[in-house]
Write a protein that binds this ligand. Structure first.
Ligand SMILES: [Zn+2]
Length: 173
């Protein structure tokens, strides 16, 4: 019996789902309280970043392993399709001004696609992976590492306020 935080792939990804769902609830609270556009945009971008890191780790590490282990292309193709829908919505959310009338509807749509994704994975894909010979602990560790890497990169690439752009070119080739 251990009290360590579980780091197997399924626990890691399920925890991701929970924290992302929690962010969406926060967004709903912001909406209900009539929060200003800056606050809504900031939270929406945070959601997009967490979701992109999660989806990238799944696409690069979990899905290929699951495809081999389960030999069920239909399930994995469906999972990839959900990610494609998410990414399309995320691009629109990132590009739109939160003052735009469509902004909140986009976030709500994204929330629905994510809920569908969570249901598919936690109700179908993840339980089936428990019965394969996949090294879920090893996979979980790689997922955690990759996710942080992507998150960091997205943070760096995030559109910064123009006035704060003080990037210095250091050394030339
Ligand atoms: Zn997922």
């Amino acid at each position: 019996m251990t009290n360590e935080t579980a780091t197997d792939a399924i626990s890691v990804l399920t925890a991701d789902h929970e924290s992302i769902s929690h962010l969406f609830s926060k967004y709903e609270e912001l909406l209900a309280s009539g929060a200003d556009v800056a606050a809504r945009k900031a939270l929406a971008l945070l959601i997009c970043r967490a979701l992109a890191a999660h989806a990238t780790a799944e696409e690069e590490l979990l899905y290929p392993a699951a495809r081999d282990a389960l030999e069920d292309d239909a399930t994995l193709d469906g999972a990839q399709n959900d990610h494609d829908s998410m990414r399309m919505l995320m691009r629109q959310i990132e590009a739109l001004d939160a003052a735009d009338g469509r902004f909140d509807a986009m976030v709500t749509m994204l929330e629905r696609v994510v809920a569908e994704h969570v249901q598919q994975e936690e109700g179908n894909l993840f339980p089936r992976l428990e019965y394969t010979s996949l090294d879920l602990d090893g996979l979980g560790q790689r997922i955690v590492a990759r996710r942080s890497e992507v998150e960091l990169q997205l943070k760096r690439d995030a559109p910064s306020r123009r006035t704060l752009e003080t990037t210095r070119e250091t050394g030339d080739g």
